[in-house]
Design a protein around this ligand. Structure first.
Ligand code: HEM
Length: 378
């Protein structure tokens, strides 16, 4: 319960070993809010978040310590659950700096990072605009789903009148390891996911690929990062009718161990021109080949996604997939370049559809006595 989980050089929830549960929320700032209202909101969110990540109620009075004749400050459903590894990570969308119609609502247009732009349309995208974008975002990750939901619920409540929920997503089951101490989990296609991810212990790679550096600019974002979210629907019923051999060809790894089809074990580097012990190699359009740094000028991502199931449709098909989350230093050279390649010929495309998209600048870590993204307003 050390306050270091909230205050520090970088925000928590990025290189933090990925927790099991997610509630991700995107907000729109109210059209009547002023620059001062926005700053106050970030200040109020900071105060509440610093308490929530320690397992405390949002205020001192909290759920049951206030006057009996007023609604409690805290909604109460996390009483007794503790911190459960909660991290809260705050981001700023391109529309905060300049509206879709070009309005500079908060006097921030000249502080907008050049790399913070709406993502281009990728082949195959079927994005729902109502489930995409947002002026602000909060990623809440915890080992207990109710703790993550409680955090988003109370932060939304605090935002009342200043910002409102635009869309949100629950995820149950991480699809990435972000530490070498973690076992590789599996996605809903049944494959190990996160094997070749950037791990917190690889500090050189984290510095080179995740954190915005001093020469990158703008100054207020140094120590921050960029977040790309993509809700990717997976047509799991169609996938489940493919042979094991075909499923492994699509990914380029075997399903049991997660080893590359070119041979070796889970953490053996794939050899793209070699044949494995059973005579199979990695297909030219296999997902891991197109996503690998050798196909992307050395670019990598810190993936931190979650499985989701949002019920089912009238035909009895599960509405399920991957809520993809990736952190990076440069969204254009990293996510966008990679997704262009994947959208072109990835064998996975037959089984997936991107339905929502978001891009956010992730403020650097918050210093004690300061609020989220304080340097942006100075
Ligand atoms: C690797 C699944 C979407 C980027 C992998 C692996 C699996 C997988 C099973 C191999 C294990 C690993 O190294 O993690 C999926 C599924 C997706 C999806 C099911 C969609 C539902 C994406 C997207 C991107 C991406 C949209 C980025 C634009 C990567 C990268 C790797 C990877 C960078 C590591 C490649 C390497 O260095 O070997 N993915 N993925 N994936 N994926 Fe995906």
């Amino acid at each position: 319960s050390s306050p270091a989980v909230f205050f520090g050089e970088h925000q928590a929830g990025i290189v933090t070993p990925a927790q099991d549960r997610l509630h991700f929320a995107a907000f729109d700032v109210s059209s009547s809010a002023s620059r001062e209202n926005l700053i106050e909101l970030l200040q109020d969110w900071t105060d509440a978040a610093a308490r929530l990540v320690r397992g405390l109620d949002v205020t001192e009075e909290g759920a049951v310590g206030g006057p009996a004749l007023k609604p409690p400050d805290d909604t109460g459903e996390a009483l007794g659950l503790g911190a459960s590894g909660l991290t809260l990570t705050f981001g700023l969308g391109p529309t905060l700096f300049r509206d879709r119609d070009g309005t500079d609502r908060f006097g921030l247009a000249d502080r907008k990072p050049e790399l913070l732009a709406e993502l281009p349309h990728f082949s195959g995208d079927q994005l729902d605009a109502a489930l995409s974008g947002g002026d602000l975002c909060i990623q809440a990750c915890a080992d207990d789903p109710q703790v993550a939901v409680h955090a988003i619920r109370n932060l939304s409540r605090i935002a009342f009148g200043r910002a409102s929920l635009r869309w949100s997503q629950l995820g149950f089951g991480r699809t990435s390891s972000t530490s070498t101490a973690q076992q590789t989990p599996r996605n809903l296609f049944g494959f190990k996911d996160g094997t070749a991810n950037i791990k917190a212990e690889e500090t050189g790679t984290v510095d080179a690929q995740v954190w915005v550096g001093e020469d990158d600019g703008p100054d207020w974002l140094v120590g921050g990062s960029y977040l790309v979210t993509r809700k990717i629907r997976m047509t799991i019923e169609i996938w489940d009718r493919q042979s094991l051999d075909e499923q492994e060809r699509v990914i380029g790894r075997d399903k049991g161990e997660g080893a590359p089809l070119s041979g070796g074990g889970e953490i053996t580097e794939p050899a793209f021109s070699a044949l494995g012990p059973d005579g199979r190699g990695i297909d030219v359009d296999a997902h891991v080949r197109l996503a690998h740094p050798t196909s992307n000028d050395g670019a990598k991502l810190l993936r931190r996604g979650y499985n989701y199931v949002d019920g089912n449709d009238a035909l009895g098909t599960l509405d399920a997939g991957l809520f993809f989350i990736a952190y990076q230093r440069d969204p254009v050279a990293q996510f966008t370049a990679m997704q262009r390649r994947l959208a072109g010929s990835d064998l996975l495309n037959e089984y997936i559809t991107h339905v929502s998209s978001g891009v956010f600048a992730i403020a650097p870590g918050i210093r004690e006595g300061q609020h989220i993204a304080q340097a942006l307003f100075e």
